[in-house]
Design a protein around this ligand. Structure first.
Ligand SMILES: [Zn+2]
Length: 187
């Protein structure tokens, strides 16, 4: 692992804006798909079965005919010894994929369904343009499905395959409003 990166990873310095360490900030999340109104309250997962109309829960979202699952987009970091930048995001899926996932989620067997087509539902820093097509890989034990970007012409595809450079990690944190000087330098 790059020694500079290793030092940052174990650093106890905290971000002035949120009190998180650099290591903690390598995992960020969006609480809803971009298209979902901020007015919709996040409910327990059971609401997806019991409520009609538009619903947002911790792991599921239904807006009219649109269906979303909470997923994890992992971006490798160059020279980081396998450490990834983890973005908790949302993916739009076909209604039948949504229903299949939901039924398996309850019995904790989502990994049985295999990869399915999906579309990233959050715009991310470092990647202009429409959110790309991807593929979800449901995992075992109630873990969020992984999202692989499959649209090779999209900037996120390149980032996911080549890995983020250190400067891009910082750019990502900066884009989300974190305070880089407090993370990088002693006060
Ligand atoms: Zn912060």
């Amino acid at each position: 692992m790059d020694p500079h990166f290793a030092r940052l990873l174990s650093s106890q310095r905290i971000c002035k804006c949120c009190g998180a360490t650099f290591a903690q900030l390598l995992s960020l999340s969006c609480d809803r798909p971009d298209i979902c109104s901020e007015d919709l309250v996040v409910q327990d997962n059971s609401a997806i079965l019991t409520e009609r109309g538009d619903v947002l829960t911790e792991d599921f979202c239904r807006l009219g005919d649109l269906h979303f699952l909470r997923v994890v987009l992992g971006l490798p970091i160059q020279g980081a010894g396998g450490v990834e930048f983890i973005l908790g995001t949302w993916a739009s899926v076909a209604p039948e994929v949504f229903d299949e996932y939901l039924s398996l989620f309850d019995v904790r067997e989502t990994e049985a369904m295999g990869p399915k087509p999906a579309w990233l539902a959050n715009a991310l820093p470092l990647s202009d343009g429409a959110p790309p097509a991807g593929r979800i890989r449901p995992r075992a034990d109630g873990q969020y499905p992984d999202l692989d970007i499959v649209e090779t012409a999209h900037p996120l595809y390149e980032l996911q395959s080549r890995g983020l450079e250190f400067e891009e990690v910082l750019e990502m944190l900066y884009a989300y409003g974190h305070d880089l000087p407090s993370l990088l330098y002693d006060a």
